[in-house]
Design a protein. Structure first.
Ligand code: ARG
Length: 258
């Protein structure tokens, strides 16, 4: 009993010091005294989160969206670049408050994190070499070599393909490189990212196939049980959808396409 009391007192002290005691955490404060939303993103996923050479700012749809959400909530947004398979652990360790990184909402992840309302409809497609004759649909991937980004839904889906040899690499760029070098026969990855890679970055020698393996929704992840933060994010997202800001950001990165 005495020990419990002690823990309680320590928690209170910690709460006053803003470090929190499990459960709901108070936001950190910035040097200028404002509240800070610490965001984790795997900055390797154009047009959602990427960094152009010689540019310090992270850019993309997710980056604009989370900055707009932060602004709406009255938070300063601080983004850390973390490898995709390290994102959920970073959230669980409370190194960051939220994840925005084209993260697909699924039941497996819901056991470890909570999600905001969906903010983008996506799904998986594949990229093959331009001269590829034998792979036209996903059923042709049986027994083939496939590159995927580690920790993604693509990795999960590719492993279900009979006889396929799945190479899990750190970034989609590594996967595309492997495809071009002939190390794999196909890359399975999120459709908008494949489309952007093929059409926007002027790639040659590779093509994307139209078939969609899955349809998936992206959500912003918060620590399991942090209802308060999820609600604030949902309210901000709703506001941005109502006031046209979401559409503006969408049009900036995807034009009229859906
Ligand atoms: N949507 C896929 C998933 O959730 C891939 C996300 C990869 N995101 C990234 N920033 N690399 O598993």
């Amino acid at each position: 009993m005495k020990n419990l009391l002690l823990v309680g007192v320590l928690c209170l002290a910690a709460a006053i010091g803003l470090s929190g005691c499990g459960g709901n955490q108070e936001a950190a404060t910035s040097s200028s005294g404002g509240k800070v939303l610490k965001v984790g993103a795997s900055v390797d996923f154009a047009p959602f989160e990427f960094q152009d050479e010689g540019q310090s700012e992270y850019q993309g749809f997710d980056m604009d969206l989370i900055r707009a959400i932060g602004k709406e909530m009255g938070y300063e947004v601080e983004i850390s670049n973390i490898g995709f398979d390290g994102l959920i652990p970073a959230l669980q360790a409370k190194n960051v408050d939220v994840l925005i990184s084209g993260v697909t909402i699924n039941d497996e992840r819901k056991q470890n994190v909570d999600f905001s309302d969906p903010y983008y409809e996506s799904g998986l497609t594949m990229v093959v070499r331009e001269d590829e004759q034998n792979i036209k649909t996903f059923s042709d991937l049986k027994g083939k070599k496939i590159a995927v980004q580690i920790g993604t839904t693509s990795a999960k889906e590719a492993k279900k393909i009979e006889g396929a040899e799945v190479k899990e690499l750190n970034t989609p760029a590594d996967c595309f490189m492997e495809l071009k070098n002939g190390g794999v026969d196909a890359v399975v990855n999120d459709r908008p990212v494949n489309d952007y890679y093929i059409h926007k970055s002027g790639q040659t020698g590779v093509k994307t196939l139209p078939e969609r393996l899955t349809s998936e929704d992206y959500g912003i992840a918060v620590a399991k049980g942090n209802k308060e933060l999820a609600e604030k994010i949902n309210a901000a997202l709703k506001k941005l959808k109502e006031n046209g800001e979401y559409d503006k950001i969408f049009a900036k990165w995807f034009g009229a396409q859906k």
